[in-house]
Design a protein. Sequence first.
Length: 62
Amino acid sequence: MTASFEPRIEHALQSFISDHPGMTSREQAIAAILENWFTSHGYLPSDQQGIRPENLDASNDD
């Protein structure tokens, strides 16, 4: 399925692809954008492992 978006969205999508080396297709870019949005809004669990409590110290405070 190839979706066609309004010009400003297409431009943003092309900019996203240009800014991410290794992104080889529109479909791959759209999937990455959706995965990021779904994860950041709680619809998908984060794949981040985090830092184990025993490895926490002042050097890894954010």
